[in-house]
Design a protein around this ligand. Structure first.
Ligand SMILES: [Zn+2]
Ligand SMILES: [Zn+2]
Length: 400
């Protein structure tokens, strides 16, 4: 027991040194400055190409969310990951050795011999899949939903809302994702690329912007192009290229992203148009435990039947029934569900959303950046029970 305590304490003191080093030594491998840099990019994008043009800058609760960003991403999430993970890994490995009579799990990990890019890709997909289920669990369990309400208390959406969540979520996510990731042999420092990519995409999902899939496809293509042309992450496909050759590889990769990935980006990856519905105050009557649970990837929602985008959701009401009485400040939000008794969720308005079962499949996401709904369609006032299936289809078609 003393040994685990020692590992735990070392994890924290090591992290304190690491954190101070991060702040005082800006570099490309630095979470602190990446968080600031990525946030600034989305701040500028929200000012230059806002989706909801009438949303104030800074929007409601922007500074609260800015504080949450540093608390959750830098102060709390990584520290838990760092300290707790060392303990969990040691406990887990010791338990397996004890149970199996000496079997060393990490020594036989097949990923140890894989190239780094493949380890990262597997790590990214596995982690996103685990997080998708964890997010579903946060909605399905009454107990966990009380914590997750903090994230859903956002009433005006913007990139910084990404990291507004209860500290318990750090504990839940890290605990659940940790063992599978540790089994894959992926630790905090290996994890840098995945973590920054997921951070950026999470900011994007919450940002007050709307861009065509060809733009995001091109960006993904450009990132892959950098890795391919520069031979990063153990990629040895194009070794010994001239500068012109490197530029050529990069250009082809961008073009492939735009033309090949572009049309499918909104089904492969999460987006502001999809995630805004996750934050909808109203839920479709046949999906009372939530919709669009995706973090970075959207495919899990399409595969498991939880994708729901009935029309352009730019201006829908956000929150949940009862958000009106939900605590508004950091301290009370973080005591919620622990010391503060949850209030009963009282719906103040009728639920106007159509049944998921009545939606046309596959769901078409709006690809225009204006999101102007025809004036004759007022989805907020439609009553799905009075509409026939084809009426609902028509109103969906005409608003997209
Ligand atoms: Zn949620
Ligand atoms: Zn969200």
């Amino acid at each position: 027991m003393d040994r685990y305590w020692e590992i735990f304490v070392n994890g924290y003191t090591g992290y304190a040194r690491y954190m101070w080093h991060e702040i005082t030594h800006p570099s490309w491998h630095n979470y602190f400055y990446w968080l600031i840099g990525v946030s600034l990019i989305f701040f500028v994008l929200e000012v230059v190409i806002p989706w909801r043009k009438n949303q104030p800058i800074p929007r409601k609760d922007f500074w609260l969310d800015a504080f949450y960003m540093f608390f959750n991403f830098f102060l709390f999430s990584l520290v838990i990951y760092n300290a707790a993970s060392d303990v969990v890994v040691n406990l887990f490995n010791d338990a397996i050795k004890w149970l199996s009579g000496g079997f060393n799990l990490q020594a036989v990990n097949p990923l140890r011999t894989w190239p780094y890019w493949a380890v990262l890709l597997v790590g990214f997909v596995v982690r996103d899949f685990i997080q998708w289920w964890t997010h579903r669990l946060l909605h399905a369990s009454e107990w966990l939903w009380q914590f997750h309400k903090v994230h859903h208390s956002v009433e005006q959406m913007g990139f910084a809302a990404h990291l507004r969540y209860h500290w318990m979520e750090n504990v839940v996510y890290r605990t659940i994702e940790y063992i599978p990731l540790a089994l894959l042999g992926i630790g905090l420092y290996d994890f840098f690329v995945i973590h920054i990519f997921a951070l950026t995409w999470g900011h994007f999902n919450h940002a007050n912007i709307s861009v065509d899939g060809r733009v995001t496809g091109g960006i993904v293509g450009a990132l892959i192009g950098i890795v391919l042309s520069q031979g990063l992450l153990d990629v040895q496909l194009f070794d010994g290229l001239t500068v012109a050759g490197q530029l050529g590889v990069w250009g082809v990769s961008v073009a492939a992203g735009v033309w090949l990935l572009g049309p499918f980006m909104k089904v492969l990856f999460n987006s502001p148009e999809m995630h805004i519905w996750h934050h909808s105050y109203d839920l479709p009557p046949d999906m009372p435990k939530g919709i669009n649970f995706g973090l970075t990837l959207a495919i899990w929602d399409y595969l498991f039947g939880t994708a729901y985008v009935p029309w352009c959701g730019r201006d829908i009401r956000l929150g949940f029934p009862g958000v009106e009485q939900f605590p508004k400040d950091f301290v009370h939000q973080n005591l919620y569900g622990i010391w503060l008794q949850p209030k009963e969720e009282i719906r103040l308005t009728p639920n106007p959303l159509p049944l998921k079962a009545s939606l046309k499949q596959p769901v078409h996401l709006p690809v225009d950046t204006t999101c102007e709904a025809p004036s004759d369609v007022q989805p907020q006032q439609t009553n799905p029970k009075e509409q026939s299936r084809s009426d609902v289809h028509q109103s969906v078609d005409s608003t997209i």
